[in-house]
Design a protein around this ligand. Structure first.
Ligand SMILES: [Zn+2]
Length: 253
């Protein structure tokens, strides 16, 4: 009898234990379902959802179609030149795409925020602007692209770069795929004003006028040295493009 009672007691305890386990499991399922907005996991998931993979081939076209033009401005932000470029663009009613170097974005977050607030778009131009990065390891390319993405996004207050432009056009299949997987469309150009080489305002304007038929994406710089020629060229080129019937847009994604 004692043995039998003992087994009976044990059976009841076991059953009770199973019941507690089942209840606990049910509770945790309920908790997970009833808590869709709180906690770290849902938050992490919603940040991931903001990243949508884009095409990995190099974009040149404008979202404004065949009479669209994309003004792209590289290597900043710069405390001397970027505010002047922004003022000129605002006066002209033109939106542009700013390809930022990670260290510059980190150093001048207020300028990154101003670029976004003015309605322009951000582009990842790597951490340290290594124009030979297509000869470097995948680990190096990844660090250059992803660290710059993070630096720019932090500086902007959470607005992500929508494009990736390799310094000097030094793309690789790997870097294009990586950028695209992070929602950053690889971005090329059609018209190089060569403002970096100080060719003179007239030459820069002439380059735009003669080469815009090549395609809609025009390359300027707002950092890396004296940029007064760039400002003067933009002052001539933007009204001319409008007169020709072009409208200003963003590169396709
Ligand atoms: Zn550059």
């Amino acid at each position: 009898m004692a043995k039998h009672k003992g087994r009976g007691w044990h059976s009841r305890l076991l059953a009770a234990g199973l019941g507690v386990t089942a209840l606990a499991a049910a509770t945790s399922v309920w908790t997970a379902q009833a808590d869709p907005t709180g906690g770290r996991k849902p938050e992490a998931r919603s940040q991931e959802q903001a990243v949508t993979e884009v095409a990995a081939d190099i974009a040149h076209a404008s979202d404004r179609g065949t009479r669209g033009v994309n003004i792209t401005i590289d290597d900043g932000p710069d405390p001397v030149w970027t505010p002047q470029v922004l003022e000129l663009l605002e006066d002209s009613g033109v939106k542009a795409t700013f390809c930022m170097v990670g260290t510059q974005a980190k150093a001048y977050p207020e300028l990154v925020k101003k670029v976004v607030a003015d309605g322009h778009r951000l582009c990842d131009h790597t951490v340290s602007h290594d124009t030979a990065m297509d000869t470097k390891s995948e680990a190096y390319q990844s660090q250059q692209i992803l660290d710059a993405e993070r630096m720019i996004t932090e500086a902007s207050g959470g607005v992500r770069p929508q494009y990736y432009r390799a310094p000097g056009g030094a793309f690789t299949p790997y870097s294009r795929q990586l950028a695209a997987s992070r929602g950053m469309r690889p971005l090329g150009w059609n018209v190089d004003t060569k403002d970096f080489e100080h060719p003179g305002v007239d030459n820069m304007v002439a380059t735009v006028k003669s080469e815009i038929s090549n395609g809609p994406t025009i390359l300027f710089h707002d950092a890396g040295g004296e940029r007064s020629e760039t400002l003067a060229a933009l002052r001539e080129v933007l009204p001319w493009l409008k007169e020709q019937g072009y409208s200003f847009g963003f590169p396709v994604r």
